[in-house]
Design a protein around this ligand. Structure first.
Ligand code: COI
Length: 355
């Protein structure tokens, strides 16, 4: 069966908009959704014509495989509005490539680029009024694919829904973030699905994060599954450590997500003559650096979180506070990255994408 290629996207507009009821100054992340959503079904071995329809509930059979086997992947992206009302996305083709990489790992059929990009752009254009101007305002975009075939045999679904929903966003975390280095929990093991943005990777963090919350931490940092001696990724972010003036982050592999913000930050740091080491980060090394005063910063990176400084961390029942720096790499890099995203600085790497 052929995909419905080169077809215009069908748009059914919502009869009314809820935008006037939204308090854009006090948004808590990911709770309000825009007026429309994109839906593209996979049936009989092919992706069908993408449709943009009013945002609302969808109907699935209770036997749909997504409910039983978690065959689901997602992405996180953002769109920004500049002072001239132009809308920009940040490296959207990276998200397109990654959703297909995640899909392959989860035995989900890949989405053709000629479906993903126009569907995304049409939806963002339609929701342009939901993107407020100003540093820190954005439209968070959540593409995802779920297995919809009814059946509890443990085999890949024959049918899927690729959807995109959007939510106006400010910052992901409010207030200081402290992390707990996990002594026993891991995101994934070698050969597992850690490099995929598979839904279950994030659901699996709720329990350990809840335990960490009870001890006063907002997040955990996963350690490697075989020894728990190396720091890998935080629940919702990749993670960077600054010892003296060197930035260190773990290499991507089967267990760690290849974050778009992560790789952009590595590039920007190098461009600004900051020494970056992509290598294993031992818990022991970070504790020693905290004890001898050479650990200057820890920060997380991600689309939702952007760059989030870590105020302190805990390990084996002990709490460590990080110094408050006036020359923090996290704030320098965050400002430089956001200036590119909001069309306020030169885009040397060609990362901005005009919608
Ligand atoms: C993102 O940063 O976009 C993510 O996907 C993390 C998510 C769990 C909020």
């Amino acid at each position: 069966m052929k995909n419905d290629a080169n077809v215009a996207i069908e748009i059914v507009k919502a009869p009314t908009s809820k935008i006037d009821s939204v308090d854009f100054e006090n948004l808590s992340f990911g709770h309000i959704f825009t007026d429309h959503m994109m839906v593209c079904d996979y049936e009989n071995g092919a992706w069908k014509r993408p449709k943009i329809v009013p945002y609302g509930p969808i109907t699935l059979e209770p036997a749909a495989k997504v409910f039983h086997y978690g065959q689901a992947v997602f992405e996180g992206m953002k769109a920004y509005k500049d002072k001239d009302d132009k809308i920009w996305m940040f490296r959207p083709l990276e998200n397109f490539k990654r959703i297909n990489k995640s899909s392959s790992r989860m035995a989900i059929p890949e989405i053709p680029e000629e479906y993903f990009m126009p569907a995304l752009e049409e939806l963002v254009k339609l929701e342009k009024d939901w993107i407020k101007k100003g540093f820190g305002n954005s439209l968070y975009i959540r593409p995802f694919v779920i297995a919809t075939e009814a059946g509890v045999s443990a085999s890949p679904s024959k049918n899927y829904k690729f959807m995109i929903i959007c939510s106006p966003a400010k910052s992901y975390y409010t207030g200081e973030v402290r992390v707990q280095f996990s002594e026993r929990f891991s995101r994934a093991a070698d050969g597992g699905v850690g490099s995929a943005k598979a839904a279950g990777n994030y659901g699996a963090q709720f329990y350990p994060t809840g335990l960490a919350n009870a001890e006063g931490f907002q997040q955990i940092i996963w350690t490697d599954a075989s020894t728990h001696e190396f720091l890998e990724e935080a629940g919702t972010m990749n993670i960077f450590f600054r010892i003296n003036d060197t930035l260190i982050t773990a290499p991507t592999n089967d267990r760690i997500l290849d974050g778009v913000t992560r790789k952009s930050i590595i590039k920007m740091a190098e461009e600004n003559n900051i020494n970056v080491e992509v290598r294993k980060v031992a818990v022991k090394e970070i504790i020693e650096a905290a004890n001898n005063g050479t650990l200057k910063e820890i920060f997380g990176t991600g689309t939702a979180a952007v760059i989030n400084p870590i105020a302190g961390f805990g390990y084996q029942g002990k709490k460590y506070e990080l110094p408050k720096l006036t020359d923090s790499y996290a704030s320098f890099l965050k400002d430089a990255l956001m200036k590119i995203q909001y069309n306020l600085a030169e885009d040397k790497f060609d990362w901005r994408y005009l919608v």
